[in-house]
Unconditional design. Structure first.
Length: 141
């Protein structure tokens, strides 16, 4: 497993597990990303929504590096179901990246992608539900 971080990261003391191989890259550079992704089987992107345009360069670099699977940074709402809505306009960059991934997968049968949509505020909803449920069960016992 390899972690990739921005060369211009504002975090002056990033903390990574000792056994994690870390590569510092320029997310805007195809060549930098390709070099970092060469030899990797999959990419799990966690690029922030504000920087989503860099994800397209990462897709191109992943394909060129021979990566087999790309998991884009879209862990909240299923962007396949928001087109034409207000939230769809806000997430237009993410929608475009997934459309681009679909194109790349059609062009290259060795390349695939997977979208993970956990739902908005998944952790928060689970926490509230478990607190309410446990509280209610305690009251009932």
């Amino acid at each position: 497993m390899t972690g990739i971080t921005r060369e211009l990261s504002t975090n002056s003391t990033p903390k990574f597990p000792e056994d994690l191989h870390v590569k510092i890259v320029d997310y805007g550079s195809f060549d930098s990303l390709k070099a970092a992704l060469t030899g990797q089987d999959a990419v799990v992107s966690v690029i922030a929504t504000q920087a989503i345009a860099a994800q397209r360069t990462a897709v191109d670099a992943a394909v060129a590096a021979g990566v087999k699977r790309f998991i884009p940074s879209e862990f909240g709402i299923n962007t396949r179901k928001v087109q034409g809505t207000t939230i769809g306009k806000i997430l237009a960059g993410k929608v475009a990246v997934v459309d681009y991934l679909a194109e790349k997968a059609k062009e290259d049968p060795e390349f695939s992608w997977t979208g993970l949509s956990t739902g908005l505020f998944f952790d928060w909803v689970c926490l509230i539900w478990s607190l309410l449920c446990c509280s209610r069960l305690t009251e009932m016992s």
